[in-house]
Design a protein around this ligand. Structure first.
Ligand code: NAD
Length: 479
């Protein structure tokens, strides 16, 4: 009988009873990894010694003499055995919280790599946010997304509803004294936990709350659309500049990995030059009393709410700015939802180099959110492009006689978390946001022209903007 088999048999002899710490350590110390006893005992009995020998290869890491073998558990067969040896395989643990731990590799290059180990900041180092407005977006997306943030945390709430404030504060561990009414909004100034204010109110209130918020000295993240007009955007930018605080518009798509992937492929001319983009963002709305259907509160209908994604994302993908727009809008007569705001807007954007972007946005069709970028030698199609999740990227190009159609899958990330962490990064590192107020202002200038074109039923020229990404700040770091 070989040495290993002798050891194995010793384990098996003890299998029906508790193995003492001393006996266990004796076995482990003689090179028999305790994993044999824990995980493979029952199968060892039937599979024979050869298999058991392979499983008994000693592991590296914590020496057996340091193992606390007092833990006993019941194996599926009912036998009581000590737990497996806990060991730490080789890992690089660099100094600095922002440097990821590098774990022992085990996957080949054949499969996609897993991303680096996350490097969250300790909670006391994260940027504290006050969320203003506790509606759908805040409760359904933003507060849950903080759970995936590495640099951001919710620390204060502003709402007109004391009941909501109390409940949400309890749910997310926010101090009762950090809950404010709209009237008390300015008191955020005296809350040292708050470094950033996130405005998530109806569109018409964005300008007022950004301007009042800037005066508290806190940095401002504002939901899209930035405001109700280009004029309001200019006032918001000026107020933040004057108060020396950062202003970012929450264009989540510019932080979403699939949209960023398409942008990179386009900019690298993967399938040649872009010629034409077709974009749609449509959904079905109800409740004529909701602020989204009131012109004063929403500024418009489908265009500023969801059509804006077609506009902003096209500009983001191409990097250049449109020189002309031609639009047409429609609202079904007598439909109370669309008495004040447009039901549908279709708009064509003409970009330098003859590139055309054809967009349609609708408030009265089934959910559909996609774009297709048509290039000289292929196309890239992103389904659910503007949705919170579920992006699907397909490409097509020719190789010889074959038409290659690929589906590209990349790791999904919570785009709200990525967006908030980018803003936190800008605050912590004193950087200009990737989507600053100027990016929002440019969209409003174009939307103003789109409305004018639809009203006057003619193309409207836009001021020429030279260069690429001129309204954007530095690229976000990969979260
Ligand atoms: P919502 O109606 O669900 O919430 C709005 C909140 O504002 C509510 O809590 C409401 O009580 C409060 N409020 C304060 N004053 C109000 C007033 N005078 N009238 C009505 N409500 C008032 O809206 P939402 O869907 O959360 O949208 C809020 C903002 O976020 C909008 O600007 C919207 O465009 C934007 N948004 C962005 C995304 C995105 O993906 N980035 C998604 C949805 C909404």
């Amino acid at each position: 009988m070989s040495f290993t088999n002798e050891l194995l048999n010793t384990v098996l002899r003890h299998a029906g009873q508790e193995v003492s710490r001393k006996e266990f350590l004796n076995l482990a110390g003689r090179g028999l990894a305790v994993g044999v006893a824990a995980g493979t005992l029952a199968s060892c009995q039937s599979d024979g010694p050869a298999k058991a020998t392979a499983a008994a290869t000693p592991t590296t890491g914590t020496p057996a003499s340091e193992v606390d073998a007092s833990t006993i558990y019941t194996a599926p067969s009912g036998q009581q055995v000590p737990s497996s040896e806990a060991v730490s395989p080789p890992a690089k643990v660099p100094a600095g919280l922002d440097k990821p731990i590098e774990l022992e590799a085990w996957k080949s290059d054949v499969d996609p790599k897993s991303g680096p180990v996350p490097t969250p900041l300790p909670p006391d180092k994260r940027v504290g946010y006050a969320l203003v407005g506790l509606g759908h977006l805040t409760l359904e997306e933003l507060l849950p997304a903080f759970g995936e943030c590495k640099k951001s945390k919710p620390v204060a709430l502003v709402s007109g509803s004391p009941e909501k404030l109390k409940k949400v504060a309890q749910q997310y561990g926010i101090k009762p004294e950090s809950c404010y009414s709209y009237q008390d909004y300015e008191k955020l100034k005296d809350n040292p936990d708050v470094q950033a204010i996130y405005i998530v109110l109806p569109n018409s209130l964005h300008a007022e709350y950004v301007i009042r918020g800037a005066k508290t000295g806190k940095h401002i993240l504002c939901e899209k659309p930035m405001a109700n007009s280009a004029k309001e955007c200019e006032l918001m930018i000026a107020a933040c500049k004057q108060a020396n605080v950062k202003l970012m518009v929450a264009y989540r798509i510019q932080y979403e990995p699939y949209n960023r992937q398409v942008r990179d492929m386009i900019r690298d001319a993967k399938f040649g030059k872009v010629k034409y983009i077709q974009a749609q963002n449509s959904q079905s709305s109800a409740n004529p009393d909701h602020w989204r259907h009131k012109k004063d509160l929403a500024g418009g209908g489908a265009l500023p709410d969801i059509g804006l994604y077609c506009l902003n994302t096209s500009r983001f993908l191409l990097g250049t700015e449109p020189t002309e727009v031609f639009a047409h809008s429609y609202s079904t007569p007598g439909n109370p939802l669309f008495k004040e705001v447009e039901e549908m807007m279709t708009f064509q954007l003409r970009f330098p180099g003859g590139i055309v972007v054809d967009s349609i946005t609708h408030y009265n069709t089934h959910d559909s959110r996609y774009y297709r970028v048509n290039t000289e030698r292929g196309w890239l199609h992103l389904d659910n492009a503007y949705a919170y999740t579920g992006q699907q990227l397909k490409t097509s190009h020719a190789e010889g006689e074959a038409k290659m159609q690929n589906q590209i899958t990349i790791p999904a990330k919570n785009q709200f978390a990525a967006e908030m962490d980018h803003f936190s990064e800008c605050i912590l590192e004193n950087k200009q946001p990737h989507t600053p107020g100027e990016e929002g202002l440019q969209d409003h200038r174009i939307m103003d022209a789109i409305y004018q074109s639809a009203r006057e039923n003619r193309p409207v020229k836009l001021p020429e903007v030279k260069g690429t990404d001129v309204f954007r700040g530095p690229e976000p770091k990969q979260a």
